[in-house]
Design a protein around this ligand. Structure first.
Ligand SMILES: [Zn+2]
Length: 699
C-alpha cells in the first residue's frame, strides 16, 4: 500500500477567477507552476509544458503559430515567463524535411535555434520536438511517481490499458529526442481520441484544447493511477520488513559517524557536501526484504538516475546488532568495490566517441534501519538527489507491489548518462568557486567578524554553520545569509564554546547538516578591561574559559572530525594584536589571547602530518558590527585613553601606521585567504590585520 501522503488524491487547484483575463502564455505559466508545486506530479526540474499560440510576427506583422515550451534546464514549479523558449511552428514542421533518421537525431538539436521566434534567448530543450509534434494546442509532460510505477512495471503496456482503457496509450522506451517526437505525432494521428500516452520507463504525456483542460486531464489521469494502486497494491511495502528501524536519535547518531568517513573516501577529486534523509518512505525501503535486490536493479526514469547514478551503494550495517565500528572499517573496501563496478560498467557500455569516465563514486548510500545519505558537489544537488531517489523508491514500491519492477537496460542508461548533449551541458557549466563543496563552522558567527567571515566564505561557494550563543542574532544572521546565498548553504547551531557537551553536539549537528567539516573559524570572544589588582578571579576565569578553553574545545572537536574524515583540515583562529603586544589594564584578556596564539602553533605542529593547517589572524580595533565593542569594553577603553566613546574609532585610526580604520570585512578577507587553497603551504602563521602596528610585528 502506498503511504498516506502518496495515497492522497491530487487536488484540482485551477482557479477560473485567477485565470480569467490571462493571455495564453500567462495561462501556460500558471498551469506549469500549479503542476510543479507538487512533487507527486513531477520531480524537481522534471517534465515540461507547452502551448501553441497565435502571435503577431514582429517582422511581417502577420499572425503565426508559435510554440511556447519550457526551455532547457528549468523547473516547471518555479519557472517564470523568461523560462519558456518560443519557436515558429512552421519552421519546426519544416525540420522534418532535413531529418536524416534516428541515428542522426542528435544533430536536430542544432537546428532548434534557427526556429526561434522573437529573438528569445532561452535555449530550447531536447524535449522540444516532443511538444511540437503532438498535434494538440496544450501539452503536459510529467514524471509522476504513480505513472512511472506503471511505466517501470514488467507488463506496463498491459497495466496501462487495464487502468486507462483506450483513453491513454502506451509507447515503448525511447530516449527523449527528435525520433520520439515523431512517434508521438504518429500515435496521435492513429489514436485521435486518446487523451494521453504513457512512455515506458519514463513518464506521461497528456494534452487538451485549452490550458485548463490539459491541466485537469493531467491531474485526473495521475489520480486514477493513485486510486488504482490504493486498491491493487495492498500487500506490505517491498515484500515486508526484515530489519528493525532504529530510534530517531540513534539514526542521527549513526549518520553523524558515517557521513564524514564516507565523505573523506569520495572527496579526492572534488569536495562533496552531504544530505541525510530518514523520512518514512526511505525507512520503509531500507528495512525491507527487497532492499538489496531492488537497489541493485537501479532507477528507471532517466531523470532519476542522472541525479542518483545508475544504482545506490547499500552500506553493510545491521540495525538488529548495530556495530558501527565494523561498518566504518568496511567502508573503504565497499566504496572501492562500487568504484570498480562503475568503471566496469563504463568499459562495457562506452562507445568510440563517449566522453571520459566521470566521478565513479556513488551518490546515494542506503543504510539499513537508519536512512539515506547522499553526497554531491553542493548541498542543493545532494538534497535534490535525495528527493529523486525518494521518487525512485515510490516507483519501485508501486511497481514491485503490482508487478515486477524493471530498471532501464544498462546500455540505454549509459547512453543517456554519457550522451554527448548532456556532456555539452556539463561543459557549459561555470567553473566551480574556490570553496565549492567546502564546509565551514564559524564560532561567534552571528557577530561582526563572524558574520562577515561567513559571508566571505559563502561568496566562494562554501557551506557555513554559524555557531553562536546569541539566539536572536543567530536567527537574524541565518535569515540574512540564506536570503543572499540560498537556504541550502547555511545552518546555525546554538553553541556555548565553554561547554564540552554543547561543542560536541553543535559539531554533530553540523555533520548531520552537511556531512563533514573542512574549515573551523574560531572567533567567539569577549573583551574585558581592569587593572590587575581589580581583576576578580571570576573575570580572569571568564576570559580563560571563553578564549583559551573555548578555542581548545572547538579545535579538539574539529581535529577529531578531520582525523576521521582523512581529508586534511583547516583551522583559523581570530586572536588579537593583544596576544602579541601588552595593553594597559587588560591582563586577563591579553593573556588569554596569547594562549590562543600559542595553542594555534601547537596544533599546527600536531596537525601537519594529517594535512591539517592552523593559522591565526590578529585584528585590532575592529569596532564596527562587533558585539565586543558594544557596552562596557568600549567605555572602559575610552576611559583608559581618557576620551569620549565616539572618538575611539578616530583614535585607533590615527594610532595605526597606515592611518586606516579596520573593518570586519578586512578580517574576513584574511580568514578567507588562510582558509582557502591560496595559502595551501602556510601553517603556524600569524597575519596581522591592524592597519599597521609596530608593537605587534611578529618576530
Ligand atoms: Zn521526461
Amino acid at each position: 500500500m502506498l503511504d498516506k501522503h502518496q495515497g492522497a488524491r491530487l487536488a484540482n487547484l485551477w482557479d477560473d477567477g485567477k485565470a480569467a483575463g490571462m493571455t495564453e502564455p500567462e495561462k501556460l505559466l500558471y498551469r506549469s507552476n500549479l503542476l510543479g508545486s507538487d512533487k507527486r506530479i513531477t520531480n524537481y526540474g522534471g517534465g515540461n509544458t507547452s502551448a501553441k499560440v497565435m502571435e503577431k510576427d514582429p517582422l511581417t506583422g502577420e499572425m503565426v503559430e508559435v510554440l511556447w515550451v519550457k526551455g532547457s534546464g528549468g523547473d516547471v514549479g518555479t519557472i517564470k515567463m523568461d523560462g519558456f523558449s518560443t519557436l515558429y511552428m512552421d519552421k519546426l514542421r519544416a525540420l522534418k524535411g532535413i531529418y536524416r533518421g534516428v541515428e542522426f537525431e542528435d544533430e536536430m538539436v542544432g537546428y532548434l535555434p534557427h526556429c526561434t521566434f522573437n529573438l528569445n534567448p532561452r535555449a530550447a530543450s531536447i524535449d522540444t520536438p516532443l511538444h511540437a509534434y503532438v498535434p494538440k494546442p496544450h501539452v503536459d509532460h510529467m514524471h509522476p511517481d504513480a505513472i512511472i510505477a506503471i511505466a517501470a512495471s514488467k507488463n506496463s503496456r498491459e497495466l496501462t490499458s487495464k487502468i486507462f482503457g483506450v483513453e491513454i496509450g502506451w509507447l515503448p522506451w525511447k530516449r527523449p529526442g527528435y525520433e520520439l517526437g515523431l512517434w508521438l505525432e504518429k500515435f496521435c494521428q492513429e489514436n485521435p481520441d486518446a487523451r494521453g500516452v504513457v512512455l515506458e520507463s519514463h513518464g506521461l504525456f497528456t494534452w487538451g484544447d485549452t490550458a485548463k483542460e490539459a491541466y485537469e486531464t493531467t491531474i485526473e489521469i495521475i489520480n486514477r493511477a493513485i486510486a488504482w494502486f490504493e486498491t491493487e497494491n495492498t500487500g506490505p511495502a517491498f515484500g515486508g520488513r526484515s530489519k528493525p528501524v532504529l530510534a530517531a536519535a540513534d539514526r542521527a547518531a549513526i549518520a553523524k559517524k558515517l557521513m564524514p568517513v564516507i565523505r573523506g573516501l569520495i572527496s579526492a577529486g572534488e569536495s562533496k557536501v552531504g544530505h541525510f534523509d530518514d523520512s518514512q518512505a526511505v525507512l520503509d525501503f531500507v528495512t525491507s526484504t527487497s532492499l538489496e535486490p531492488l537497489a541493485a536493479l537501479g532507477t528507471s526514469c532517466p531523470d532519476h538516475f542522472l541525479r542518483t547514478k545508475i544504482r545506490p551503494l547499500v552500506v553493510d550495517f545491521d540495525p538488529a546488532q548495530p556495530d558501527v565500528g565494523n561498518t566504518l572499517a568496511g567502508l573503504p573496501e565497499a566504496i572501492a568495490t562500487y568504484r570498480a563496478d562503475y568503471a566496469a560498467y563504463y568499459e562495457r557500455c562506452k562507445r568510440a566517441d563517449s566522453p571520459a569516465m566521470r566521478d565513479p563514486n556513488a551518490v546515494v548510500y542506503l543504510v539499513p534501519g537508519v536512512g539515506m545519505i547522499t553526497f554531491a558537489k553542493d548541498k542543493a544537488t545532494a538534497r535534490i538527489s535525495a528527493e529523486f531517489y525518494v521518487n525512485a523508491i515510490n516507483v519501485m514500491r508501486g511497481a514491485s507491489g503490482v508487478s515486477t519492477y524493471v530498471g532501464l537496460p544498462e546500455q540505454e542508461a549509459f547512453d543517456i548518462e554519457y550522451w554527448l548533449l548532456e556532456e555539452a551541458k556539463l561543459q557549459r557549466m561555470p567553473k566551480p568557486k574556490s570553496l565549492a563543496g567546502r564546509i565551514a563552522l564559524v564560532t561567534g558567527g552571528a557577530g561582526g567578524i563572524g558574520k562577515a567571515t561567513a559571508n566571505r566564505l559563502m561568496q566562494e561557494g562554501a557551506c557555513v554553520v554559524l555557531a553562536d550563543i546569541d539566539e536572536t542574532a543567530l536567527e537574524a544572521a541565518q535569515t540574512e545569509l540564506s536570503t543572499r546565498y540560498g537556504k541550502d548553504f547555511v545552518r546555525s547551531v546554538n553553541m556555548n564554546v565553554t561547554s564540552e557537551a554543547a561543542v560536541e553536539s553543535g559539531f554533530g549537528d553540523a555533520l548531520l547538516a552537511f556531512g563533514g567539516l573542512d574549515i573551523l573559524v574560531s572567533n567567539a570572544g569577549l573583551a574585558t578591561s581592569a587593572a590587575v589588582e581589580d581583576t576578580t578571579l571570576a573575570l580572569w576565569n571568564k576570559n580563560m574559559d571563553i578564549l583559551a578553553t573555548g578555542y581548545f574545545l572547538v579545535s579538539r572537536e574539529a581535529f577529531r572530525i578531520f582525523r576521521n574524515q582523512k581529508a586534511g583540515g583547516n583551522v583559523v583562529f581570530v586572536a588579537s594584536k593583544n596576544g602579541l603586544a601588552a595593553s594597559p589594564g587588560a591582563s586577563a584578556y591579553c593573556t588569554a589571547k596569547a594562549a590562543e596564539i600559542h595553542l594555534a602553533r601547537c596544533l599546527a605542529l600536531e596537525g601537519a602530518s594529517a594535512q591539517i593547517r592552523v593559522n591565526v589572524v590578529n585584528p585590532d580595533a575592529v569596532l564596527r558590527g562587533s558585539k565586543i565593542w558594544t557596552g562596557e569594553w568600549k567605555e572602559q577603553r575610552a576611559a583608559a585613553y581618557k576620551m569620549d566613546v565616539d572618538e575611539l574609532e578616530a583614535h585607533y585610526r590615527e594610532r595605526s601606521m597606515l592611518k586606516l580604520s579596520v573593518f570586519p570585512e578586512d578580517i574576513a578577507e584574511a580568514i578567507y585567504f588562510l582558509a582557502s587553497d591560496m595559502s595551501a603551504k602556510s601553517t603556524g602563521n600569524i597575519v596581522n590585520v591592524d592597519a599597521g602596528n609596530a608593537q605587534s610585528f611578529t618576530r
